[in-house]
Ligand binder design. Structure first.
Ligand SMILES: Cc1cc2nc3c(=O)[nH]c(=O)nc-3n(C[C@H](O)[C@H](O)[C@H](O)COP(=O)(O)OP(=O)(O)OC[C@H]3O[C@@H](n4cnc5c(N)ncnc54)[C@H](O)[C@@H]3O)c2cc1C
Length: 377
């Protein structure tokens, strides 16, 4: 967009410079498109700057095998993406994929978890799903200092973690290095739409392109109808606590507990339905800390040095929404609550589909049409 108004033309415009939009914009630019990435600025609800950093597979897609496969595909794409970003930008995103463990407190949690993992395996069918339920005895060898209530946990080889702030930074740098155009501090508040012809406005400025990807997080709910699409996402608050650095190490991320490469331990994260309230609540922080200390009593010795709240971008059924407009071909949406985990798929699989002009049939179950339930008679 020109400084004093005017119109710039691109092959594609991505609205939203969080983790979802920047991964897609990076992938589009790599696919040879001249893309613009337009972002409202650091006034959003910080999902991309306030998350837990897991590349987490083991519980994604229960009852929805297409989502399980999509998450697994993303985890497989992750090493390529991390290596490429490192080479292109010099930013090491700190990806580690040693597998992951979800720890259980009490027999009830253990048997519930076992049933969940068995359902995941059954639903994977020929695709396969490797998991093990590990008893407390096995865990004690690798995780000394376990609390008395820990009964065991579920393990899969697919999980990992990353520094998600470095990821966001690397995606932006990689996009710029591939000569993408980043347009910050612009809120798209006007859209002139026709099939494969989109004019998007912010004040006096306009950008136009034959393709547009709506990746504006919670902003997609208002934007999507302008393009004949639907993205009924809602905010869900999550709070996270971070300890001082410690030498004690875990070889593997533990679901709601993970140790960063620098040595801090992250404790998280709540799931609260409080609308757009980004406040921190002492009782929620206490509950997060209490569960962590029940799991590893030695954590009580560490100081909490940081804590924050951020809003997840949550579809009604918790599964991602990817769609393309029937009325206005060339317009796409992308929303999910696991934008770190899915970055590999967004950059390496979703973006090439957009570049090619339409979504692969494998994406059909992710369409928001699934929410069009006929009213009961
Ligand atoms: C507490 C917490 C823990 C999490 N932990 C994990 C985890 O461990 N692993 C994982 O995979 N995921 C995790 N997530 C989820 C992950 O952070 C999100 O899925 C991801 O950040 C969503 O990215 P986004 O780009 O869709 O949204 P956002 O980060 O909200 O970005 C959307 C962008 O769009 C811009 N925008 C909005 N409207 C407009 C407009 N009209 N015009 C221009 N720009 C606009 C905004 O400014 C914003 O920058 C967590 C989230 C939270 C809150």
């Amino acid at each position: 967009m020109g400084q004093n108004g005017g119109m710039q033309r691109y092959d594609a415009i991505v609205i939203g410079g969080g983790l979802v939009g920047s991964a897609i914009a990076y992938g589009l630019q790599r696919a040879g498109l001249d893309a613009a990435l337009v972002d409202e600025g650091d006034v959003a609800f910080r999902a991309s700057r306030g998350n837990f950093g897991l590349v987490w597979v083991q519980s994604k897609g229960l009852g929805a095998p297409h989502y399980q496969r999509w998450t697994r595909l993303s985890a497989e794409e992750w090493p390529k993406l991390a290596a490429e970003l490192g080479e292109r930008t010099g930013v090491a995103v700190g990806l580690e994929q040693p597998g992951g463990l979800q720890l259980c407190l009490g027999e009830g949690e253990f048997s519930e978890r076992q049933a969940t993992m068995e359902q995941m395996r059954a639903e994977a069918g020929n695709f396969g799903f490797e998991y093990r339920m590990l008893g407390r005895d096995e865990l004690e060898e690798t995780l000394p200092g376990l609390g008395a209530e820990v009964t065991g946990g579920s393990w899969t080889p697919y999980d990992g973690h990353v520094n998600s702030l470095y990821l966001l930074h690397a995606l932006h740098r990689g996009f710029l290095a591939r000569r993408g155009t980043y347009i910050p501090n612009r809120t798209i508040d006007y859209a002139g739409v026709a099939p494969n012809d989109f004019r998007l406005g912010s004040g006096a400025d306009e950008v136009c392109a034959p393709k547009v990807v709506l990746a504006a997080g919670l902003g997609n709910a208002a934007l999507a109808p302008l393009f004949g699409l639907c993205a009924p996402v809602r905010p869900q608050r999550g709070q996270i606590l971070v300890t001082e650095r410690t030498e004690r190490t875990w070889p593997i991320p533990l679901g709601s507990l993970r140790q960063t490469l620098e040595g801090s331990i992250m404790l998280g994260s709540s799931e609260e339905e409080v609308g757009f309230d980004t406040g921190q609540k002492p009782e929620v922080m206490q509950a997060i800390a209490a569960r962590a200390v029940r799991t590893f009593p030695w954590l009580a010795e560490l100081q909490i040095v940081r804590a924050w709240a951020a809003l997840r971008v949550m579809p009604p059924d918790g599964k991602p929404i990817y769609d393309e407009s029937v009325r206005f071909s060339g317009a796409f949406t992308a929303n999910c609550h696991s934008g770190v985990t899915l970055a590999g798929a967004h950059a390496n699989v979703f973006a090439p589909m957009v570049a090619a002009g339409s979504l692969d049939p494998m994406m059909m179950p992710f369409s928001a049409k699934r929410f069009d339930v006929p009213a009961a008679a």
